[in-house]
Structure formats: C-alpha cells, structure tokens
Design a protein around this ligand. Sequence first.
Ligand SMILES: *Cc1c(COP(=O)(O)O)cnc(C)c1O
Length: 393
Amino acid sequence: MDTRDKGFDSKLIHAGMFDDQFGSATVPIYQTSTFRFKNADHGAACFAGDSEGYIYTRLNNPTIDSLEKLIAELENGYRGIATSSGMGAVNTIYGAFLKQGDHMISTDAVYGPSRVVMEKHYSKFGVESTYLDTTKPDLVRKAIKPNTRMLYIETPANPTMSVTNLKEMVAIAREHNLITVADNTFCSPYLQKPLDFGVDVVFHSITKFLNGHADIVGGIIVSKNKELDSQLRPMMVNLGCNMDPHQAYMVIRGLKTLSLRMDRSQENAMTIARFLEEHPKVDWVKYPGLESHPQFDLAKKQMNGPGAMISFELRGGLPAGKTLMNEVKLCMLAVSLGGVESLIQHPASMTHSKMDKEAREKSGITDGLVRFSVGIENVEDIIDDLTQAFDKV
Ligand SMILES: *Cc1c(COP(=O)(O)O)cnc(C)c1O
C-alpha cells in the first residue's frame, strides 16, 4: 500500500510493509545470510542492479529493507540505511563524506563517542575537526575554512539540552557548500524532521526512542536524495556495519507505538521538569519545555514537543549525585535513553568519571549533573521515587 499521503501514525503501522507469499500481517523475519538466484542470468542481473532480487544480507534483506523504507517515510527522506548501531551510522557518514585534508565542524556537546572516533581515529587519516557551540551561528561562520566539508549538528544536545537552529545552520552550510548532518536521536521523527529544514542527512541511534524497549542496539541513516544515498550505502556495506534481520524486525515492532510512547513520556517529562524546578535540592533544570530554557522559543518552533530528556544539577555535588543514584528504586540506574522505562545517570561518577574535573566541567559535566530519560510509568510513581531518594541526599 502506498502510505505516502497518510498521517504519521498510519505510516508507523503500515509503511514499508510488503506482501509476502502467505499474506502475513507483520513483516516476516528473513533470517538468511544469502539468497538463491533463479539462474546465472538472474544472478548477473542482480549484481548489475537490473533486478529487484536480493543477493546477500550485508548488502540488503527484505526485513531490513522494510524498516529502511518505513523510517525514510517518517523522516520525509529518499531512503534509509540501517546499521548495526548508532556508531555504525556515524562512521558510515564520516567515512562516506570526509577524506584526507577535509575539515568538519560539529556541535561541542555531541554524543561522546561521535567526537572520540573523530579525534582519535579519523585524525590519523588527516581529517580535522572543530567543536563549538552551534547555538551561536557567528562562531560557526568564523570556524569555516577552505577545507571545511561538513557541518554536524546534534539537537537537542546532551547534557546541556541546547537547541541548535537547523534552518540557520542549513543557510550557512549552503553559502559554503557544506554537507549538513543531524543526529536526531533525542527527538525521533515524531518530534523533529531535520530534512524538512533542508538538512542533507539525518541519522539515529535506533537503540533509543525509535526501538524504545531497551532490547536492541542499532542505527539508521536517511538522506534527502538518491545522490547522497548512493555515496552512503557502499560505505555501510563495505564497513560491514549492517543491521541483522531479527534486529530490524524488533525495531519495526517497537516503532508501531512510537507516537503513543513519545506522547506519554514527554507528558511525564513536563510534569517531572516542573517538580524538579521547584525542588529545594535542585539548582537548575534544563528541559526544552520549560520557559527557563535558553532556546525555549526556538524549540517550540523547530520541534513538535520538548521530548523526554531532562538534565538537572543537584545541590551538593558529587556525593549528592552518588546518593541519589544509590537511593532510586523505580528509576533504573543505567546509561542509554529513550525506552519505556525511566533511566537515571550521574555522568560525573559514571560515564565521565575517568575525565579530569577541569576538562569534565569545560564540557558541561558538573559534579551534580544528573541525566534523566523519562519513561512511561505512572508519573506519580516516578515522582514518589525521586522524592524518597532526594530525602536521603
Ligand atoms: C546512543 C547515541 C548514539 C550512539 O548510538 P549506539 O546505538 O549506542 O551506537 C549516537 N548519538 C546519540 C545522541 C546517542 O544517544
């Protein structure tokens, strides 16, 4: 069925679906590494790209294909490329568009490994990078050099929850002929569609909101046109960071409730953000749905909702943070985000504990910073849990 003129929620249920031999109501899992050719001519046609036939699962597979079509429709893009993880998507993008001598500009508060892989590994191949606050367009303009090739944006970015103006970034990129890339993991296409603002390539850690159930790791890239897609796909295939058919099936299943999950978790997040803002043991709260957020107006225009990620600063620094982590019961003490379960994390004592304090604070990871991914539990239960844990701080 052609779902292109249907609403977002209908696409979640029906887009990418295909008719299999038995009229299956869900997308079947084609758990196979390879596909039989009908004869030598058919094999040749498949390799020449003249036939719709499948060849080998690292290249493509009907289950994975279905997911790629579905997410491309959700993002209003040309085509999806599923990857083994969000980092598989990051590496496919860097590898496809950057070569020796190129320079990339990125949001400074990006997902840690997206920066680590650039500064540790791509630098070995002569790729330069600059990390800066992309909420300030003048800083971006000043950082552009003759060899700048890519503008890489994460919005909202972690842990500051800063919101970058996508339209403004696209305008700057077009003046200088740069490829624009957006990490849309924190929003999912339900809340933000970067391609609609003119961004060239959008990607996700599927692990988070898109799958939504904390049970698989994966990624997806969607580009705005065929030309960009045809530069990306061979990179993914040759890096070997393809998705597995079973993994793709799990994501298709998880995606069906994306709107319902996002609505509930962001409704909970709004209530919790207000609760935190009024709590005497909390210094500040960063949430795009609060009037106190520095880009509150922009977030309202650019996003269809403020999302379910909250950062807040606990009074009492490192020991207070540790106590809170040790005392929560319903909220799970774990990294990752975007699942149906509430996850809480204290970067200074956990993910960033190996960094020295000065460098940590420079990148916005203060001693009392807590990152909270709000789930779909009863909001009273989440607040009760936080309240009893705060009482022990
Ligand atoms: C988790 C995450 C990634 C990396 O994804 P993996 O699936 O863990 O490889 C990239 N960007 C953001 C914003 C993330 O939260």
